[in-house]
Design a binder for this molecule. Structure first.
Ligand code: NAD
Ligand code: UDP
Length: 308
């Protein structure tokens, strides 16, 4: 296969790229480096089956025939997408359209990286794919949430009106090596703070929950979906739910750090709880995650040490 990965210099996109190259496929990586880093794909500089195009997907692109488009380009952390608000909205809208047009032109399959943020601050728990969500359309997170919800709608429209063979994965919080150290996400912040001996900053009282998936499990789930024939959204995430305070304590255990835990104000519209119902993924492609949080943090330790 010749696969296009948009967002190839990012955290998930670079792991996806590695997966396809290991399978013997060719990869065209596209990225404008707004939040990603060449460091994530440096190891591929001499790989003849990998081609990198520095490009903003909001501009049209034709890189020749491809068999599958993986649409992963978008700022993803609250710090990044709030810094790049307009770019995030345009990437979700125009950028996703440009990627869908490539799939349509070459009759390629298409998989879009959507998110648990489509559920907003959910009132249904755990979240299954039939839940329509509780999103503030005008709050600070809306530049991301509404971009992703519009993108889901656009993907479904290309499926319905143009018969493009599309898939939608709703990714829940994923972590591991290559998470940008300064992107402000909870795992990168806590790991860097613990390793540098700084205070771990808990926003609010730490009782809000997230469910953390290790990157290799997430990639396996995404590949499972890519091979399935499902066109409606599918949750892929680890259903074990942690409070943010428990997560901070796990980071301290794994790093052996004696950093203190301090509290900071909770950002506006920060979801109180998040946990995927993964029964659809289990039923459709027999996927479930294998790596628990502490094991995943241990597997990420060398990477975060290398970021200091
Ligand atoms: P990331 O920031 O590491 O990667 C995103 C990549 O997209 C970066 O390399 C960035 O430079 C690139 N990019 C952004 N806008 C672009 C544009 N207009 N043109 C070209 N490239 C552009 O983030 P990630 O965690 O790897 O996220 C990848 C995808 O998965 C995103 O779509 C994100 O919304 C989705 N997602 C991730 C998570 C998670 O926990 N990691 C959760 C839900 C959804
Ligand atoms: N968080 C925190 N301290 C930090 C970074 C994040 O307490 O240094 C909290 C944040 O308020 C949220 C959770 O951790 O409740 C997850 O935040 P993240 O930015 O990783 O992703 P989100 O799931 O909110 O998109």
């Amino acid at each position: 296969m010749r696969v296009m990965v948009a967002g190839a210099a990012g955290f998930l996109g670079s792991h996806l790229t590695d997966y396809f190259l290991q399978q013997g496929d060719q990869v065209v990586g596209v990225d404008n480096l707004c939040t990603g880093s060449m460091r994530n794909i440096d190891h591929l500089s001499n790989e003849p089956r990998f081609e990198f195009i520095e490009h903003d997907i909001c501009e049209p692109l034709d890189a020749g025939k491809v068999d599958y488009v993986f649409s992963f380009a978008s700022p993803a952390s609250p710090v990044d997408y709030q810094r790049l608000g307009i770019e995030t909205l345009m990437t979700g809208a125009i950028g996703t359209k440009n990627m869908l047009d490539i799939a349509r032109r070459y009759k390629a399959k298409f998989l879009h990286a959507s998110t648990s943020e489509c559920y907003g601050d959910p009132s249904v728990h755990p979240q299954n794919e039939d839940y329509w969500g509780n999103v503030n359309p005008v709050g600070p997170r809306s530049v991301y949430d509404e971009a992703k919800r519009f993108a889901e709608s656009l993907v479904m429209a290309y499926y319905r009106y143009y018969s493009v063979d599309t898939r939608l994965v709703r990714i829940f919080n994923t972590y591991g090596p290559r998470l940008q150290k300064t992107d402000g996400r909870v795992i990168s912040n806590f790991m860097m703070q613990a390793l540098k001996g700084e205070d771990l900053t808990i926003y609010g009282d730490g009782s809000q929950t997230r469910s953390f998936c290790y990157v290799s499990d997430e990639i396996e789930g995404i590949i499972g979906l890519s091979r399935s024939g499902e066109h409606f959204p599918v949750n892929v995430g680890n259903p074990t739910e942690w409070t943010i305070l428990e997560c901070a304590r796990a980071v301290l255990r794994v790093t052996g750090s004696s950093s203190k835990i301090v509290n900071r104000p909770l950002p506006q519209d920060d979801p109180m709880q998040r946990k995927p119902d993964i029964s659809k993924a289990q039923r459709l492609f027999q996927w479930e995650p294998k790596i628990d949080l502490e094991t995943g943090l241990k597997l990420s330790l060398d990477y975060f040490k290398s970021c200091i």
